[in-house]
Design a protein around this ligand. Structure first.
Ligand code: MG
Length: 301
């Protein structure tokens, strides 16, 4: 290598280093905000130990819970019920949990058509409720016949997500891709992969989420959530990490500090929503889980 080639290579190295450093710029912009972001906790409808929707919302307000995540099934018929129930309260609809028929990667056109129509109905209702978005999974392992896991399928998924995302934007909401663990869905397992699909879908209406239960697929809660960044991270689910019960039921396994640290650095302003069962007395374990989350949020520095 002569001297000129050396400098050319060195210059390329510098350019390469500059390119490599661009993701670091994102980290800089995600530095802790002056105003610390709040932990905004949401419950699914089945989380509170109460019977009626009114009782559940009363219970949630006493615990300082600010989000409610309803199921998507028949949501259009329930818009008025939720609007009435939330009037005058400090609780908003967070995300909508799935509830559509069919699935987006179905090979059978009638199953795909079921997905398209039912998902759009839920998105429209979600928009009326001011929801952050409708959660969806591209395909569960048990759903078949399913399109093969190929580059063409990924391209098709991005195109379909683009259309859904644009539809969601028209209704002032989003669609949220949820990565699951490999036992449930081998197709989409990690938050960064979901975020990359959001990016390649080229619609601001396509978002993703992390679920601390499924995030056992990840090598780092912190890196996983940070990889989605504020641009794509739209929702978070939480459960105990050994048995998917109330946070705290699995003892030391239930550590969310590393993930919370990422959320704080991002200035994450959406919800962390319970999606879990309960092995004991909910009257004790639900408030204990909320307290555990708040304690760990404070520990996340
Ligand atoms: Mg989940």
């Amino acid at each position: 290598m002569d001297r000129r080639d050396f400098f050319k290579t060195a210059a390329m190295g510098t350019a390469g280093a500059a390119m490599m450093s661009s993701p670091l710029a994102m980290f800089t912009s995600c530095a802790p905000k002056e105003k610390p972001c709040e932990l905004r906790i949401s419950f699914q409808e089945g989380t509170a130990p109460c019977k009626t929707l009114e009782e559940k919302l009363d219970y949630m307000e006493e615990l300082g819970i600010v989000g409610l995540e309803p199921k998507g099934k028949n949501l259009a018929e329930r818009v008025n019920e939720f609007q009435q129930a939330l009037r005058g309260r400090n609780i908003r609809i967070s995300a909508i949990c799935a509830g559509f028929s069919g699935f987006i990667l179905a090979e059978d056109p009638s199953v795909k058509a079921d997905f398209d129509s039912s998902m759009r109905d839920i998105i429209a209702a979600a928009g009326e409720l001011g929801s952050t978005g409708v959660i969806m999974v591209p395909a569960f392992n048990h759903q078949s016949p399913c399109m093969p896991h190929t580059l063409e399928t990924r391209k098709y998924l991005c195109e379909q997500m683009h259309e859904l995302g644009e539809y969601a934007l028209k209704h002032n909401t989003t669609v949220i891709l949820e990565p699951l663990n490999r036992k449930e869905a081998h197709y989409l397992r990690q938050v960064a992969d979901a975020a990359a699909i959001c990016r390649d879908s080229e619609s601001a209406g396509v978002k993703c989420m992390g679920d601390f239960w499924h995030m056992k697929e990840e090598t780092s809660d912190y890196a996983a959530l940070l990889s989605a960044g504020t641009e794509y991270l739209q929702h978070v689910h939480i459960a105990s990490r050994g048995t998917r019960k109330m946070p705290g039921e699995d003892g030391e396994l239930d550590n969310y500090v590393d993930g919370f640290r990422a959320l704080k650095q991002l200035g994450y302003d959406k919800y962390v929503s319970f999606e879990c069962g309960c092995n004991g007395d909910k009257e004790i374990l639900v408030p204990a889980a909320v307290q555990l989350m708040r304690t760990q949020w404070e520990q996340a520095l």
